[in-house]
Design a protein around this ligand. Sequence first.
Ligand code: SF4
Length: 447
Amino acid sequence: MLEALTPPRQFTLSGDFWRQIPGYSEVSEQDFSDPAWQERNSIMRPEKIRDLLQGNVAEQFIRDLSEGLSDSTMSMRITPYILSLIDWSAAKKDPIRRQFLPLKSEMIAAHPLLRLDSLNEHGDQISEGVVHRYPDRALFLATDKCPVYCRFCTRSYSVGVDTPTVTKDRNAPVADRWKSAIDAIRKSAAIVDVVVSGGDCFRLKASHLLELGSELINLGKLKRIRFASKGLSVLPMKIMNDRAWTDALIRLSDMGRAKGVEISFHTHINHPREVTHYVVDAARLLFTNGVMVRNQSVLLRGVNDGFSEMTRLVKLLSDNHIHPYYTYVCDLVSGIEDMRTSIDSARHLEKHVRGITAGYNTPLFVVDAPGGGGKRDVHSYEVYDKETGLSVYAAPGVRPGKLFVYPDPLHSLSPGIVADWASDDRAREMVRMVVERAKMQGRISGG
Ligand code: SF4
């Protein structure tokens, strides 16, 4: 079913780039391109990095990483592929390293409004693993595993293994969970759109992906199904070389098309350096076989918050038929305050990006409103008080009458306001005042 393809030549890295890692100097292209080899050799301990780099990483970095992991909500897991994309001569500043390997020396105090499960996904569950927030859509959390673990994962309350700071949700066995989840989707007449996520669909077996997708298509009521995976960014060789898995996705795409259900694959690429020749090949294969691919980036300080990085990313994605759908302002997650950006910087970046390419290839910059307001255009706030760093969003199509407050990171605020945030009374007062202003300006009750 899969076609042999010649990808366009626009590599940002080429050849056997992994051989620059001493521990991979003898690894053949065949092994490195084998997703099973990548999974088998995934790196889950700082000491393994020391072994692989063989003197090319400072002992201080390994200590810093170990201490950072002790304060993280996500454990460490990266593929050899991701390890090889990091520029180890400048690892502290490297945009790939920053996403996966936390350093204690970079961590700063969390914002006082931070809560675990900051989007309140628990509050919107209609069955274990089914979040029904928007009227016609549901999020189906089909697995709690991923091929890598990102420091900034919003779903750190349930994804991955326990860390010193978070005991993850204990979910029912997958088979039981899926049955009740599909029943809940079937019974809710309003749901016509399902996002199958997790965790990450790359961690579903091909047979399970096909079984689950077929069952959803055969419900006969859905119009759209999206399969979400960061895999295209972190394990792209799976698309080319795990033929059973990719065939399952293509079969679902074909089956959906025949039955009037739009099937798409949503991925998560944050930096232009992630678009390697492996990604180009994989994206081309999906495109040629009719699978629609969209990208959802997270805006991260020191990764993609620069104009140059974001514009290169948007262009590279577009040119490889990966539709740049969303750029999310980073959610409130413990241990990653240094990576968040302000609403003002997101607005500024969006202004520069809009116009560089076709509008339909320009991502919508959104903030996922803390507490469950859903995704809001960053520009659509009722009030934005740059001094206190508080923006207030209404979501009439999702939670009529409610208001949602997003706080800018403390590092973007003046020392005086940072001191105010340290006082519970003053913090409550700042939130109260901005919400009152929003109610007055937007003539919205509740909140
Ligand atoms: S791949 Fe997605 S779900 Fe998994 S850790 Fe990263 S952000 Fe979280």
